[in-house]
Design a binder for this molecule. Structure first.
Ligand SMILES: [Fe+2]
Ligand SMILES: [Fe+2]
Length: 167
């Protein structure tokens, strides 16, 4: 999954974010079973492709999508902290993104509203709706892979049990 290698136009748009030291810290943080960096690139690239197809502002979509989860809290937190983070991390991501980059209003909106309707910030732009939608689809895929791996042994035991019965 190296979207920058496949698509030089995309690579150019996100180049300064990809080179940012703070942003690269996301490579070390687990998120939905992969790194927060990989999750962010995936959301950014698919959102960029959809925005391009719809003749929308694909450059801002690529950047806003890439920064939507730019917060540096680690995954090894308590269940309560993770629950609270579901609601507050867009504000944290916006704060970190503002510290590191100059953002447009649209990019800010993509970050702020990506968890809608879980948080009440309604997306103001079509591009923000795209990032929010793609984030959900990507998250479902990542979670399903994470839990399939986590319960691999349980699957095997159930499978052996069923095979034992069939015999
Ligand atoms: Fe998020
Ligand atoms: Fe996300």
């Amino acid at each position: 999954m190296n979207f920058e290698m496949q698509d030089s136009n995309y690579a150019k748009i996100v180049e300064n974010i990809m080179k940012n030291e703070e942003f690269n810290k996301l490579k070390l943080i687990e998120h939905h079973g992969i790194s927060r960096f990989d999750h962010s690139v995936r959301v950014s690239y698919y959102s960029y492709k959809i925005a391009k197809m719809m003749h929308l502002d694909y450059e801002q979509t690529a950047r806003g999508g890439l920064l939507h989860d730019f917060f540096l809290s680690h995954d090894n937190r308590s269940v309560k902290e993770k629950f609270v983070s579901t609601f507050i991390h867009p504000a944290k991501a916006l704060e970190t993104a503002r510290k590191n980059f100059t953002l447009t209003r649209k990019e800010e909106d993509m970050i702020r509203s990506h968890m809608f309707p879980i948080n009440i910030s309604v997306p103001k732009y079509l591009e923000s709706w795209i990032v929010s939608g793609v984030d959900k689809v990507v998250a479902v895929k990542e979670f399903s892979l994470k839990f399939r791996f986590k319960f691999r042994y349980a699957y095997n035991i159930v499978l052996l049990f069923i095979i034992g019965f069939i015999k």
